[in-house]
Write a protein that binds this ligand. Structure first.
Ligand code: SAH
Length: 376
């Protein structure tokens, strides 16, 4: 019964306006009222929307719903980071992480159940890929986090917002789920949605080049790119999509994105793996790729997870790596590890995933129909 109803949570403003017009013969401002209830006030029940006519609310309830995933577990780290596991169906679960800092609150959301990119140093990759999240499931993560944070910190919620930034750095490759990620980002940036500026919504990608060009046409969020290696030989191993879109092609797309969006810069993520990609020569190669471009390097100390053979680079190695980049005039910062005691840190999100991919990128790339995993 409820599956026939439309979940309003995933509809950007224009689509919601069309929905109320065509299905209920209502004016566009009704859609705007609905958005305020859903996103500003966190309402999920039409009967609570008191400035909508009773008749409209009843009709709405017959054809629409506001449904969010169910929370299975919540864990709170000693540093205040919170991780929720959300139920996607009987078996599958995804994870969403909230990272509080003195001047902001970042919500790290997932875009897929699992991931097919098969990066060798990432826990999510080990789970395999099950399916894309819908736009409603993506937006639902923010809706839920906002509700939970408001309930646990009522005083803070009065003055300032608890979620000031949203990053697609949870489970999944967001550009492989482009058609659901785009409407979700529109809702994040809409002033009747979560009202975040474009700089406060970050999409992180392993490097799906055609979709970076597409994104440049249609959206202007901040872009982060998981580079992790300064040459193709090494990157082919760490980030297998590189075999299809090598570094030169990827960087060209990145510089195009910045030109087109009049953006400030791109953040390149670089996970520091002991003895693998952390040598001074790697730093120099990397600096040469970045020099003169609007780029920032974000060095991420590797986070271990069960079954990995990688180790984190020692702190002194990371510092030296950063210094070399700085000597070349390249801005580099080190990401502080958060929430690793509850396995909420970068690359530790595993959720619960039943792998449905026949072959994944890293294992047998030459025989894969790559488009099958790339655009869904
Ligand atoms: N698929 C997207 C977003 C998810 S990962 C992407 O690849 O960008 C978010 C960031 O965490 C990426 O830069 C990813 O490479 C990094 N990461 C993955 N595993 C990690 C690990 N074990 N330790 C530290 N960072 C990791």
């Amino acid at each position: 019964m409820s599956s026939e109803r439309v979940n309003l949570l995933g509809l950007p403003r224009a689509q919601l306006e069309t929905f109320v017009a065509t299905r209920l013969g209502a004016k566009p401002f009704r859609a705007r009222q609905l958005m305020k209830w859903m996103y500003r006030r966190g309402a999920a029940d039409f009967s609570s929307m008191t400035d909508l006519k009773q008749e409209f609310r009843t009709q709405l309830g017959e054809i629409a719903e506001i449904t969010v995933p169910q929370i299975v577990t919540e864990q709170v780290s000693k540093d205040g980071t919170r991780k929720w596991m959300l139920r996607m169906d009987e078996v599958q679960g995804i994870e969403t992480v909230y990272i509080p800092e003195p001047d902001r609150g970042t919500l790290c959301i997932s875009s897929q159940v699992g991931c097919a990119m098969d990066c060798s140093f990432c826990a999510t990759a080990q789970q395999g890929f099950n399916r894309n999240l819908t736009a409603a499931e993506i937006v639902g993560q923010v809706w839920l986090a906002q509700r939970e944070l408001t309930e646990s910190q009522p005083a803070a919620s009065e003055g300032r917002r608890s979620i000031t930034n949203i990053v697609f750095m949870g489970m999944g490759e967001p550009l492989a789920n482009y058609r659901n990620v785009l409407p979700a980002m529109q809702i994040f940036m809409d002033d009747l949605g979560y009202d975040l500026s474009r700089r406060r919504v970050t999409l992180s990608t392993s490097g799906l080049v055609p979709q970076i060009y597409k994104l440049a046409q249609e959206c202007n969020v901040a872009l982060a790119v998981s580079l992790h290696a300064p040459n193709d030989e090494l990157r082919n191993d760490l980030v297998p999509i590189n075999r299809k879109h090598p570094i030169a092609e990827l960087l060209e797309a990145c510089w195009h994105y910045i030109d087109k969006q009049n953006g400030r810069s791109i953040t390149f993520e670089y996970v520091m793996l002991d003895g693998v990609n952390d040598k001074p020569e790697h730093a120099r190669q990397l600096a040469r790729l970045m020099q003169g471009h609007p780029a920032k390097l974000n060095l991420i100390p590797f986070n271990v997870f069960p079954g990995t053979h990688y180790r984190r680079s020692p702190a002194a190695t990371i510092l030296k790596f950063r210094d070399i980049l700085n000597e070349y005039g390249v801005i580099a910062t080190t990401r502080r590890t958060r929430g690793d005691d509850i396995e909420a840190a970068c690359g530790q999100l595993a959720g619960r995933v039943t792998d449905r991919t026949v072959v994944r990128l890293g294992t047998r790339l030459s025989t894969v129909s790559r488009s099958a995993v790339e655009i869904q």
